[in-house]
Write a protein that binds this ligand. Structure first.
Ligand SMILES: Cc1cc2nc3c(=O)[nH]c(=O)nc-3n(C[C@H](O)[C@H](O)[C@H](O)COP(=O)(O)O)c2cc1C
Length: 180
């Protein structure tokens, strides 16, 4: 069955390694007949969560009316949500973390989603991305209504933007997208 795939791109480098890896995942998904939407978070106006907890009285809504409104809608409509972020100091970029914090508003109402983590890092071993992976697993675990992780892909040894094109990581991402 054709699925709606949403990629939340959390790198500031729109032609960087993480974006290329996520795009390859998206191309694989499209080749398998799925529909892919990619949102570059650095092009959206997304404010920090205020911590006001007003969303706890009105699940699914946030008092702040910025571009998160359309991100919420895209997440609610998606079957598959890809969180794409390079490793910054062992974890998410602040750009995507800010976005994830805002999803506190839809935590009680988001259902039937499969999440993926797509990331890149300079370290030569995935073990250096443990904090990122743990945070991702714990984040997905917060959504109790039939949400799960579909997988994690981390490209190691990445520094210069575009460097990932010389690796087989892109092929791995493509295959992952194809197998949704
Ligand atoms: C502010 C900053 C912090 C970083 N922290 C880490 C880190 O903790 N561990 C690591 O392996 N790489 C780290 N890196 C390297 C990036 O994760 C890596 O180069 C990645 O491929 C960049 O992704 P991009 O091309 O999508 O921007 C850091 C890079 C920057 C700019």
């Amino acid at each position: 069955m054709a699925k709606q795939v949403l990629i939340l791109e959390g790198s500031m480098r729109t032609k960087g390694n993480t974006a290329l890896l996520a795009e390859s995942f998206g191309r694989g998904a499209e080749a398998a007949g799925h529909t892919v939407t990619e949102l570059f978070l650095n092009q959206l106006q997304i404010h920090d969560c205020l911590g006001c907890a007003a969303c706890r009285s009105h699940p699914g809504t946030c008092v702040q009316k910025d571009d998160m409104t359309s991100v919420f809608q895209a997440m609610m409509e998606a079957d598959v949500i890809v969180l794409a972020s390079p490793v910054y100091f062992y974890t998410w970029t602040s750009l995507i973390k800010r976005t994830l914090d805002r999803t506190f508003a839809i935590e009680p109402v988001l259902s039937n989603k499969t999440f993926y983590l797509i990331s890149t890092c300079a370290a030569d071993q995935e073990s250096y991305a443990k904090t990122m992976k743990d945070s991702y697993e714990q984040y997905v675990g917060c959504f109790e209504q039939n949400c799960r992780s579909g997988g994690i892909l981390i490209g190691c040894n990445m520094r210069t933007a575009g460097e990932i094109e010389h690796t087989d990581d892109l092929q791995q991402a493509y295959q992952m997208g194809m197998q949704l």
